[in-house]
Design a protein around this ligand. Sequence first.
Ligand code: HEC
Ligand code: HEC
Length: 327
Amino acid sequence: MSLKRIALWGVAALVAFVVLAVAAVFLIFPRVSAAPDLKVEATPELVARGDYLFNSQFACGACHTPEMEPHRFSRVSDKSRVGAGRYMGGVPDFPADIYAPNLTPTALGDWTDGEIYRAIVSGVDRNGKPLFPVMPYPFYKSLDPEDVKAVVAYLRSLPPQPVTMPRTKLPMPLPVVMRFVPADATPQKRPDGTDEVALGKYLAFTSSCFECHTKRNERGEPTGTPFAGGNPFSLPGGAVATSANITPHKEAGIGAWTREEFLARFHSRNAEADMKIMPTGHDFDTEMPWNHYAGMTDADLGAIYAYLRTVPPVGAKVTLFTPAAEK
Ligand code: HEC
Ligand code: HEC
C-alpha cells in the first residue's frame, strides 16, 4: 500500500470512530430514569405555594414569562402572560438561539405530572431529550419533592397561553456535550428554618444566587470562588451588568450590610416601581430579577443573609454596571 492510501484509510477509520462514538453518546445518554408515576393533588394551598416558588423564590418566571416590551429595569415580566415562554438570546461565541418554553397547559397539557416533575429536577423533556442547562436543573435536582410538586400544581393552574415557542437551537458540539448533564434527582428535605443557615444554603443554591454570583467558564460550569461574583450579562441597549461580590468581605462584598439593609434592598424593588424605569443603556440596569425576589418572605431572605455571612470573604471588587459605548 502506498503511504497516501494508508493515510486515507487512517482518516476514514478516524471519521468512522468519531461517528460511532457520537452515535453511542446519543444512544446511551442522557441516563435518566423513567418519569415518576405521580399525581399531584392540587389543593388551593399547594397552588398558592407554587405561585410563591415560581414567581418569587425560584424566579422561574424571570426566564419563562415574557418580558415587558419595551425593556424595563431588571427585566420586568409581563404578569398577564405568566409562563408563556420567551426568547433568551444566544451563548457567547456560539450561533445559538435559546428559548425558554411555554409552560402553560397549552404546551404541557399532554404531559403527565411525573414528566413535568422529571423535567424540572432531571433536565429531560417528556421524550427523554436533554434540556440545555441554562435551565438550572443541575441545582433543582436537590430540591425537596414537596417544593417541586407545588410548582407542578401551580403550572397546571395557569391560564393557557396560545403561543408556540420555537425549540432551542445549538451548534455542535453543544448537543453532544449537554447529553451528559441530565441526571436522576438527589432530593433533600427543605430545612425548616430552625437552622437558619441550613435553610439559607438550600435557598442560595436552588434560587440561582450561587449560579449567577459565582464565575463560570464558557461551558457554564462554576469555576470561581463561590458568591464572589464577576459574571457579565449583556442587557438590551448595549450595557453590561456584572454580578456582585456577595461574600461577607467588608469593602468588596456585602459584609458591611446589616440584615435590615439586606431585606430593605430586596423589598425596595417591585414590578410596579421597575415598570416605570426604562433604561437607555446609560443608566443603571441589571439582569438580577430583583422584582421577583422582592416577593420573598423575610424568613427566606433573612436565611439567605445568615448563610451568606458564613461563606469565606473575598476581597475582589466588581464593577456592577458598564454603560453602553457612546455611538
Ligand atoms: C435561567 C433561566 C431559567 C430558569 C430560572 C428556569 N428555566 Fe426552565 N427552562 C429554561 C430553558 C432555556 C429551557 C429550555 C431548554 C432547552 O430548550 O434545551 C427550560 C425548560 C424547562 C422545562 C421543559 C419544557 C419543555 O417543553 O421541554 C420545564 C418543565 C421548565 N423549564 C420548568 C422550569 C421551572 C418550574 C423553573 C423554576 C423552578 C424553571 N424552569 C426555571 C430556562 C429557565
Ligand atoms: C440572573 C443573574 C442573577 C441572579 C439569579 C441573582 N443575582 Fe444578584 N446580582 C446580579 C447582578 C448582575 C448584580 C449587579 C447589578 C445589581 O446590583 O443588580 C447583582 C447584585 C446583587 C446584590 C447587590 C450587591 C451590591 O453590592 O449592591 C445582592 C445583595 C445580590 N445580587 C444578591 C442576590 C441573591 C441573594 C440572589 C438569590 C436570591 C441573587 N442575587 C440572584 C445577578 C443575579
